[in-house]
Design a protein around this ligand. Sequence first.
Ligand code: NAG
Ligand code: NAG
Ligand code: NAG
Ligand code: ZN
Length: 936
Amino acid sequence: MSGSEKDEKAPSTWDKYGVKIVLAICVVLLCIGLIVVIVFETQRPGPEPKPWQKFRLPDTLIPVHYDVEVRGDLSTFALTGRVDISVRCATPTKYVILHSSEQEIDRSSPPTVQGSGDTPSVTSWFLYPENEFLVLELSESLREGAVYTVTINFRGTIRTVLNGFYRSSYVNEQGQRRYLGITDFQPQDARKAYPCFDEPSFKATFTVTVVHQQEYTALSNMPLESSESRGGGWVADRFQKMIRMPTYLLAFGICDFDSINATTSTGIATGIWARPEYIAAGMGDFALDVANRVVVYFEDYFGVPFPLPKIDHIALPDFNSGAMENWGLITYRETRLLYDTNSPSATVRKATARIIAHELAHMWFGNLVTMAWWDGTWLNEGFASYIQYKGLDFVDPAMNVMEHFAYDRSQAVMVDDALTSSNPVYRPVNTAEDVTQIFGSIIYSKGASILRMLENFIGEDTFKKALKNYLSKNAYGNAVQDQLWAELTTAAREDGQTDLDVKAVMDTWTIQMGYPVVTMTRDYTRGTAEVTQRHFLVDSASVVTVTSELGYRWYIPLTYLTQANLANTPVLTWMAPNEGTKTITLQGAAASQFVLANINHAGFYRVNYDPTNWQLLANHLNSDTFQDIPADNRGTLVDDAFNLARAGMLDLTTAMSMTQYLVKDRHFIPWSMALRATGYIETVVGSVPEISNLWQPYMRQLITPFYEEVGWTLLPGDYNTEVGQVMAISTACEYGNSGCVNNATMMFDQWINTNNNSHIPERLESTVYCTAIQHGGSREWDFAWQQYLTAEASEQTLLLPALGCTQDTDTLNTYMERSKDDSLIRRQNAPLVVRYVGRNSVGKSLAWNFLRDNWDFYFENYDGTSFTMTGVVEDVTRQFSTQEDLDQLETFLAAHPNQGTATQAFSQAVEGTRANIRWRRDNEAELRTWLTQAQG
Ligand SMILES: *[C@@H]1O[C@H](CO)[C@@H](O)[C@H](O)[C@H]1NC(C)=O
Ligand SMILES: *[C@@H]1O[C@H](CO)[C@@H](O)[C@H](O)[C@H]1NC(C)=O
Ligand SMILES: *[C@@H]1O[C@H](CO)[C@@H](O)[C@H](O)[C@H]1NC(C)=O
Ligand SMILES: [Zn+2]
């Protein structure tokens, strides 16, 4: 690393050979001395690691305030900066240790430390790249309680990699390429933009000055305070002082965007920023309305006012994740924030409102109260991922979004969490790689699901009261999960739930991985049921090697209703970890009527029943009154049945029999959940012709009545109607309904002939594109590719997966090759291409060979983003189901011992492949028989 005055010191000769030298002297001198010295030398413990050799910052110095000035040049991409950090000395120390990475520390005006009175001088400084530290050595110790100013001048570039302070660009309406610079820091990249104490508990205040060319606008967390000319066409914008927050929430940007704004009823200025032509086209209007309303809703919900005068939301052409909750300046991918009201789509509307609500929830959960360390990230992300549904429900109550929760959040993560290679939501974080790897579906979706479960058993009002107390007590500070559990327990006791210990309950869900399956065995003569719990593992042959002190037993809030009481409030029964089989009295259950457990799928567990109860449930689904089982529970019944069958706990015949009723269901939630549950079968045996020749017609006959009922004429109505129609059409086309395929192909053909696609409704575009390309040839594919090259981002988002629908393997290979060229496909999108190919039933070995051959490309470009790597590995190995697949995977892993942020995904792939092999051995024949009979 350049700019280093001094490398990490190797142990000196004396340290290494000290014992021998001492011995030699002693032999010549005194024998008694010799023994004394040997005893002393051998008993001395190894040298203490130097403070900069530890991964965590020492707590000797506490940053209080940062004055950051950065100068970003959008023609040369040069970055220069200076930071003055006020630090309070908590423990006397001769070292100032802070984070710095990807920067050159100025040698001509080197780092200084100043205080009132006699200040020690900086005798030397050096970088310690292993921990991304900058270390200043002082002539003498800093005094406890005194405040000093650490000044560092640095240089760098506006980066091409999408973190730290990086560049992005777009082509404007005049055909000019315009650049912008923007920050993205979470979790460990603030240090790439400015030297800082880059850990979440080191909160401080900030004053930011951005120096930029005058044709651009600068933005930061706070409103502009003053602006002054620096001559030569340069302007220095100084922003108001920012309240206490962690380093990773700082943000600044330089761009030529336009904005629209509004002010909330509580006086907060909301701004939406995007390319001028997008703003002019009204594409920020929807976001402005949602953002402006949701922030007020959250102020009320949390009972704590939003503390900043403004919140800007900015849409970026290049952005690594979906969005980032910088306090007062939230950053998004363009496609996640902007919404084209000219071609309305319920799905995009929901996704946009959802992500805005997510980021706004973080303004309280994460920003106002921050996790003490990254091991608590789950609470931050789990909360935002749960509370966003409340914001969404407020924006659009007719959507009935809580009914979507099981499908949106729980269903998929329950598959991941049923592997022995899963992780607890709370897990220790000790290395930089641990920090990166923590951001996965477990903390987001399982985190959200268990918080929903918690609210369900503790009650809405008690939950809200405890949140308010937690947020106000810890405002501007940091907290750990036990503090939240304590608030919840207190609130519960106040509200009359005297024997509830929230920490005891929630520890079983947070500090061990996995979740239970509850087996309910009814006694039909007595009207009782025996319930037991056990750790649910999708591969019953797998062995859990990580021990849990809680023994993989849970406190389970078991809810249930009987057939006669479906409209009532569910009955709640607790199952404790140390209870064996428990007998419960089922209130009002006749022997001829079913019992349904885990109402609305509010609990993060699966339920298995005795064969008679499964039969009663299937009978009811097949009756005319099936809709008195809630939509999310209809989906859960199919999902549980298929997963239990995968785990060998239920026969596949029973699971298949739960799907037959779908021929009558017109609700997109059970349908979507069923398609995802059965998607497993398709993934594993979809490329086996003897199965898919039976499977395709079976699914086609289930969807056809729904498809024929909705047709292609756009249905007016609410979210659920619109999404249901789109789902029915796309499913019918996917399973080869010939009318559907013809219709899609004709529409695509008309696009080719007229070079105008305005006749294809936006919400049906992805189906039309994919179907036409799947059933078409090079004419369709080449046309779509040409369109992709010039399309806008939102259209590219639709074309990218569609291009992966072709059944032609040569074309798929060409497509993947092209994805490596970032003049054709943006670097942030390239990994999607291999993922789409991996999901294609003809793409299994193509995607795998490509990933294997291009491993270095992926590793170099994406290893820093565990989300990306995890997704790639998941999709590329998804269809692995033979011994040969497993051998190839293991050979690859042996040859690449360092898999970086993909490590976890690869272990899951190995485990998943083994499970798939076993599933095929045990179930393939049975499935074939069942499908053959169903056809008969
Ligand atoms: C808000 O928008 C108006 C134009 O509608 C503009 O005059 C004003 O400067 C904007 N305010 C801010 C703070 O950007
Ligand atoms: C698609 O099918 C519908 C029937 O659902 C029909 O009315 C419509 O004309 C068809 N559109 C095209 C482009 O073929
Ligand atoms: C595309 O066709 C529509 C009518 O179907 C028309 O209004 C529009 O102007 C056409 N667009 C172009 C670019 O030709
Ligand atoms: Zn988040």
